[in-house]
Structure formats: structure tokens, C-alpha cells
Design a protein around this ligand. Structure first.
Ligand SMILES: Nc1nc2c(ncn2[C@@H]2O[C@H](COP(=O)(O)OP(=O)(O)OP(=O)(O)O)[C@@H](O)[C@H]2O)c(=O)[nH]1
Length: 445
């Protein structure tokens, strides 16, 4: 087993431990793994086995809403944020902290899969690596197909014209990175570092340079490896997780997926429908509650969100729930109202449980690219965001946004949405992500 594999397994073990091992019941643990890693569970929520109450419900019954994410934040705010972001060049990239062995191990894994995909596009079942890989890896591969093909095509085009490592090559590389939404600051710094690295390693051939690029990208994720991307569970009493983000980002869907995941672990889960503003939001969460067979606290549309939170935390404490998920509005009359409302909800929670909320997860839509980064800046300014859920990675070619967020926001990406299905949410795993992004990327020389 190579170093990279050891590293990967270790990470996976830690990840599973922290995300799933909170539950001390071994039996339930097995159920979770089965549930989370069942192969062909790319079904949408509508295909999920239904509870009795919701057996007639299908996707069309889930209230649909505008998918135009980011519309709640006015463009002038974004313009201002954009300006701020271009002035902010605080991103730092650590020097070489990845062992040679690890990167070459990874690289040969990438090359091997490239070989396999070149020789037979339908050879998935015969690919040695595919046989071995976990379902998490499959989901990442599947979910990152658009990013991979876009990024891959661009890099392959770049290398098709490769003659030597000169300034023109690095300018083109910088453009490729910018187009992949890693952010301008990041692209410039990354290219500068690559330039130095290529010189240092005396990389001259196409494959030498490719190796350096892959290695540098892994380094970039690695340096943030100490960030806590695990859910902070309460030691005693209910764990409260507040979900914030503009409407359409995927908050309700993420709550539905996470509630299902924790329910399968045997946790007692409660949902709070505190988005009382958007028509249909309460009903949408209610449909998820029925599907997941978990309880929900809801009031009529237009009622005070904080009163919903008050009732929910009271119920959670009295009836010994393990987890309370709070859905919040993505839009109110204006941004100030939205932030004030979030603050009020947090106060209600803290009054009841001093260390609540245990997590404030900002849900961002990856398809909005750099706008997602701007939204993150806006929300973190006013609320104590503890982590990010990046949704719809499957629907975008802009997977590079993970890089930009991770490095510009200094916030951990805790979960990623890789599809609409109930099981298409995964704890963020940098190794699976990089592998998903690079599999089959470079053609063999
Ligand atoms: N492809 C894909 N679609 C997703 C993902 N997550 C959410 N969606 C879809 O995005 C749309 C909006 O998601 P919602 O969960 O309703 O968004 P929201 O943030 O709750 O929106 P508001 O309630 O208006 O604040 C829905 O159609 C979801 O099915 C994902 O990871 N992948």
C-alpha cells in the first residue's frame, strides 16, 4: 500500500469516526454505512421509499421554487463584495508539505484511471481501481463529472500545445484556473507557485509539469487539513444546527438529506420550519419530515420564526431529541431584516441551551461560482458561520470554487451536495474531491 493510500484510508477512518461514530450503537452504525454507501442510490428524493403518510407524495408534490440563487442579495452588495474580494489577496499557500511518495502514488492512481478510461470508455467494471474504490469515491466521481470534463478539456487543450515551460504557458494556465472558478487571487498565486516549483524541480517534460500541477493542488487542500470539517456534536442534550443561506441554495434539501442520514443512525431528529416567509417553505420541509419519518415543529406561514425556534428547542429538550435542524429563510424584506432575524433566533437558542447553536451551516450553491464566495463573505460578516455545505456540485463545471472557498474564507466545507437524491450528500473529503476532479484528466504521454 502506498503512502497516499494510507493517508486516504486514515482520513476516511477519521471522517467516518467523527461523522458516524457519535452513535455508540454498533448495530445502528452498520445500518448507516449500508444506507450511506448503498451503490445505486442516486435516486431522487421522489424515488426514496416513502413513509405511510407520504406514500402518495412524489417529487411533483414537493413545492418547487425559484432556483435563481443569490437573488436575495442585491447586485450592488455583490458589486461591493466583488471589489472587496479583488482587493483581498490574503490567500496563502503553504510551501511543499506533501511527501513526494504521496503525490506520485496519487498521480499513478490518476494515470492508471486515465489509461483505463482512454482504452475503453465503458470499462468501469473492469477498472481495477473502480473495483476497489468505495461508493463515496464513486459519488464524487459521478458528481464532479462536469467539473472534470470542463477542467480536463481545458488542461488537455493547454497541454496539446505544450512546447516548453515558458511565460506563455503559465499565462494560459492562469487563465484555465480562473475559468475553473478557483478565483483570480488564487489562480495568480497558484500559477506563481507552480512557476517556482517547476523551476525548482527542473520539470521540463509535459508529464513532469502535470505532476507538479497535481501535487500543488493536493498541497493546497492538505494545508487546510487541520480545519475541523466534522459536525460539532453537543456533549449533553440536543445538538442544534442552524442552516442559513440565500433562497434556492439548497437548505431544505440538505436538511432533508442530513435528517435522513442521522435518522438512519438511530438518532432522534427534530426539524424546525423557521422559514415562515417563503410561501411553500413549511410544506416543503414537512414533506421531507414525512419522507424521513422525523418530527417537525411548524406554524402557519408568516408567523414569527423565533417563536417556531422557541417551541422547537423546548420540545427538543423536553423530549430528549438528539438533533434539531433549523431551516431559516433565505430572504426577508431586506438583508438587515434577514440578519436581525437570524440573530434573534440564535438568541432564543442560546437562552435555552448556552452553547447552542452548535453549528451554523452556510449553504451555498456551487453553480453560482464566485457569487457563492460573495454570499459566504456577506453571511460570515453578520453571523457566526461554523462551516459550509456546498450544494449542486454535480450541476456545475465550477468545482474549483471549493478551492476558492476553502482558501479565501478559512471556513471548512463540511458537506457537499453531489446530486438531488437523498443519499447524495457527503462529508467533504479532499482526497475524494481531488481524485474526482482529476480522474482520467491527463492523457497518457
Ligand atoms: N443537482 C442538485 N440539486 C440540488 C442539490 N441540493 C439541492 N438541490 C436542488 O436545489 C433546489 C433548491 O433547493 P432547496 O433545498 O429548496 O433550497 P433552499 O435553500 O431551501 O431555498 P429556500 O427555502 O427558498 O430558502 C431544489 O430543486 C433541490 O432539489 C444538489 O446537491 N444537487
Amino acid at each position: 500500500m502506498g503512502l497516499f493510500d494510507i493517508f486516504k484510508r486514515k482520513n476516511k477512518k477519521n471522517s467516518k469516526k467523527n461523522h458516524f461514530e457519535q452513535d455508540h450503537d454498533d448495530k445502528n452504525q452498520k445500518n448507516v454505512k449500508k444506507q450511506v454507501t448503498k451503490p445505486d442510490e442516486h435516486q431522487t428524493a421522489s424515488e426514496t421509499p416513502q413513509s405511510n403518510e407520504s406514500s402518495n407524495s412524489n417529487e411533483s408534490e414537493v413545492p418547487k421554487k425559484s432556483k435563481v440563487s443569490g437573488e436575495t442579495i442585491q447586485s450592488s452588495e455583490f458589486a461591493q463584495l466583488n471589489e472587496e474580494s479583488s482587493q483581498n489577496s490574503s490567500t496563502t499557500i503553504s510551501s511543499n508539505n506533501l511527501s513526494e511518495e504521496k503525490s506520485s502514488e496519487f498521480n499513478s492512481r490518476v494515470s492508471a484511471s486515465s489509461n483505463a478510461s482512454d482504452s475503453s470508455s465503458n470499462s468501469e467494471n473492469t477498472d481495477h481501481h473502480n473495483n476497489e474504490k468505495s461508493d463515496d469515491e464513486s459519488l464524487y466521481e459521478h458528481g464532479l463529472a462536469k467539473s472534470r470534463s470542463s477542467f480536463g478539456q481545458k488542461l488537455n487543450a493547454l497541454f496539446a500545445h505544450f512546447r516548453s515551460v515558458n511565460d506563455e504557458f503559465f499565462d494560459d494556465l492562469e487563465d484555465t484556473l480562473i475559468e475553473s472558478d478557483v478565483g483570480v487571487n488564487m489562480a495568480v498565486k497558484l500559477t506563481d507557485q507552480l512557476r517556482d516549483e517547476v523551476k525548482l524541480r527542473n520539470a521540463k517534460t509535459k508529464s513532469d509539469v502535470q505532476n507538479v500541477i497535481i501535487k500543488k493542488l493536493i498541497d493546497l487542500y492538505d494545508q487546510n487539513g487541520d480545519q475541523n470539517n466534522q459536525i460539532n456534536f453537543s456533549k449533553k442534550g440536543p445538538t442544534v444546527i442552524l442552516f442559513v443561506g440565500v433562497n434556492g441554495a439548497g437548505k431544505t434539501t440538505t436538511i432533508g438529506k442530513m435528517a435522513n442520514m442521522y435518522k438512519q443512525q438511530g438518532k432522534k431528529v427534530l426539524l424546525a420550519a423557521a422559514d415562515t416567509f417563503r410561501a411553500g417553505a413549511i410544506e416543503q420541509l414537512d414533506v421531507w419530515a414525512q419522507r424521513d419519518k422525523v418530527d417537525i415543529v411548524k406554524k402557519e406561514e408568516g408567523s414569527d420564526p423565533s417563536s417556531v425556534v422557541y417551541d422547537a428547542i423546548d420540545k427538543a429538550k423536553r423530549e430528549n431529541y438528539d438533533i434539531l435542524f433549523v431551516d431559516t429563510a433565505g430572504r426577508l424584506q431586506n438583508k438587515v431584516n434577514l440578519m436581525n432575524e437570524l440573530m434573534k433566533m440564535k438568541k432564543v437558542l442560546t437562552r435555552s441551551i448556552p452553547d447552542a447553536p452548535h453549528e451554523v451551516l452556510l449553504v451555498l450553491d456551487a453553480t453560482t461560482g464566485q457569487n457563492a464566495l460573495n454570499q459566504a463573505k456577506l453571511f460570515t460578516k453578520d453571523t457566526n458561520v461554523s462551516g459550509i455545505v456546498l450544494t449542486k456540485l454535480d450541476g456545475t463545471a465550477k468545482g474549483g470554487i471549493v478551492l476558492a472557498i476553502r482558501n479565501e474564507m478559512h471556513l471548512p466545507v463540511k458537506y457537499v451536495g453531489l446530486g438531488e437524491g437523498v443519499n447524495d450528500l457527503r462529508p467533504f473529503d479532499a482526497n475524494d474531491f481531488i481524485y474526482g476532479l482529476f480522474k482520467g484528466l491527463f492523457k497518457q504521454n
